[in-house]
Design a protein around this ligand. Structure first.
Ligand SMILES: Cc1cc2nc3c(=O)[nH]c(=O)nc-3n(C[C@H](O)[C@H](O)[C@H](O)COP(=O)(O)O)c2cc1C
Length: 171
């Protein structure tokens, strides 16, 4: 896929085909995340990749909106320092968003669907992934080939109108 097609094809996929992702494709997706820009290049993230079905099923219980993780071919947990400092947390959230989108576009480029999930039960997520107590499992990105229809550019995305969102020069 070219870049524009990958960008416009990405959507949240929540039903996955029973098909594994080749190791080199999965590594390419992770490499896209590793290369993402971050504030002062601090790279606040670690990625824990899960492909074991039983572990994925358990991981899907850490948040009520994480059910789709159970069916995924792989899920990447984004782990960051667990800071109480709102400034640090804000910077980390922005950077995690960039790493997430980089991985999602790299996935779409390979025809691999992706979905987000927040994490509600932090203790359980840490325990399932062996994450130290001073870290937070911030988000899950589930990956797999779409069960419904292959990714293709979305002509009319469900987004606010362009002219409402874009302000030129002034608000
Ligand atoms: C920070 C963030 C958290 C999200 N958390 C969840 C979640 O817990 N469960 C879920 O099914 N989708 C989650 N989503 C997906 C959004 O609902 C989705 O991206 C949005 O509705 C736009 O749809 P699209 O991704 O298909 O374009 C999350 C997205 C973001 C950016």
């Amino acid at each position: 896929m070219d870049t524009w097609d990958a960008l416009t094809s990405r959507r949240n996929v929540r039903q996955f085909a029973d098909r594994p992702i080749d190791a080199h494709v999965l590594d390419r997706i992770l490499e896209a995340g590793r290369r993402a820009p971050s504030s002062r290049n601090w790279q606040p993230w670690d990625f824990v990749v899960v492909t074991d079905r039983e572990q994925l099923q358990e991981l899907s219980t850490v948040w009520r909106g994480a059910g789709h993780v159970a069916q995924s071919a792989a899920t990447v947990a984004l782990v960051v320092e667990d800071s109480d400092d709102q400034q640090v947390r804000g910077r980390a959230e922005y950077d995690l968003g960039q790493a997430t989108m980089a991985m999602m576009i790299a996935a779409a480029d390979e025809g691999v669907g992706s979905g987000h999930s927040a994490v509600g039960d932090q203790e359980r997520a840490r325990q399932l992934l062996g994450v130290p107590a001073d870290r937070r499992v911030a988000y899950l990105i589930d990956l797999g080939y779409p069960a419904d229809r292959p990714l293709k550019p979305i002509r009319q995305p469900n987004r606010r109108p362009f002219d409402e969102v874009v302000h030129r020069g002034r608000w």
